[in-house]
Design a protein around this ligand. Structure first.
Ligand code: HEC
Ligand code: HEC
Length: 211
């Protein structure tokens, strides 16, 4: 038998549920993004110097951001801001920035055209290709392609590598190996710590030439 108390409780639960649904619908609708004007102001005044306006950095020590996956980029920016990923340069750059500015920056850079550079040392690139597609079964290095994709294009959560500057790639592989890359390094530490110096160099050169 239904008593009024029971009915009141049911109604109350329903009200809570609708409020929660409404809140999540509103939340999903309006993840705020800074205005285009504000975003371009930041790109030109703060990011372009090192990463290029189009995300194609001129110096090989700075990563290319063009065509990188938005979720990955957003997470890196948040990690630099919270100092989970250690880089004094980048933490200074994004200090005090809001998520809505990050979302705008990420939308800009992820939609730029990627670049690549044909390796000049083709023998080295062949060694790199072997590591990339097959790994090194003798030392237990897994194929990079098994996670980053056959052409290094990555996935929503996993970074694109194709066309990245070899010098930057080498520095990150070294940092993963030494756990100097401080955020989410578990998987890549187990990969990078098994690579020899020659393998690191070769795979980086090969990846830099992937389109
Ligand atoms: C003074 C040079 C400099 C400036 C200016 C700069 N960056 Fe960086 N950025 C770097 C360096 C160096 C790294 C690599 C850090 C490391 O070794 O982990 C980096 C890394 C990044 C990464 C990580 C990329 C990846 O593949 O993991 C992102 C994203 C990024 N920067 C975005 C930005 C944005 C957005 C701006 C503008 C607000 C900016 N940077 C300004 C030097 C700079
Ligand atoms: C088991 C899956 C897996 C394999 C195999 C793998 N990676 Fe990764 N890699 C990841 C993940 C996950 C990340 C992202 C870490 C993060 O979120 O910060 C990553 C990140 C990277 C980065 C950083 C990219 C950037 O823009 O800073 C580089 C460089 C990289 N991997 C190179 C390689 C190379 C080279 C190989 C092969 C020798 C390889 N990976 C094999 C999962 C993998």
């Amino acid at each position: 038998m239904l008593n009024t108390h029971h009915i009141a409780r049911t109604l109350q639960r329903f009200a809570c549920l609708s409020a929660a649904l409404l809140a999540s619908a509103v939340g999903a609708q309006v993840a705020p993004v800074a205005t285009e004007q504000r975003v371009m102001e930041i790109v030109e005044s703060r990011c372009a110097l090192c990463h290029g306006r189009e995300g194609v950095s001129s110096s090989p020590i700075y990563p290319r951001l063009a065509a990188q996956h938005p979720d990955y980029l957003l997470k890196q920016l948040q990690d630099f801001r919270e100092k989970r990923r250690k880089s004094d340069t980048m933490s200074d750059m994004v200090k005090g920035m809001k998520d809505e500015e990050f979302r705008g920056l990420v939308a800009w850079f992820s939609s730029r055209k990627p670049a690549f550079r044909q390796p000049s040392d083709t023998d080295l690139a062949e060694v790199g290709k072997y590591i990339f597609t097959k790994g090194n079964p003798f030392s237990g290095v897994p194929a990079c392609a098994s996670c980053h994709g056959p052409n290094g294009h990555g996935t929503q959560q996993l970074p694109r590598l194709a066309g990245q500057h070899p010098v930057y790639l080498e520095s990150q592989l070294k940092d993963f190996g030494d756990r100097e890359r401080t955020n989410d390094n578990a998987v890549m530490h187990s990969v990078a710590s098994k690579l020899t110096a020659l393998e690191v160099h070769a795979v980086a050169v090969f990846i830099g030439g992937l389109q």
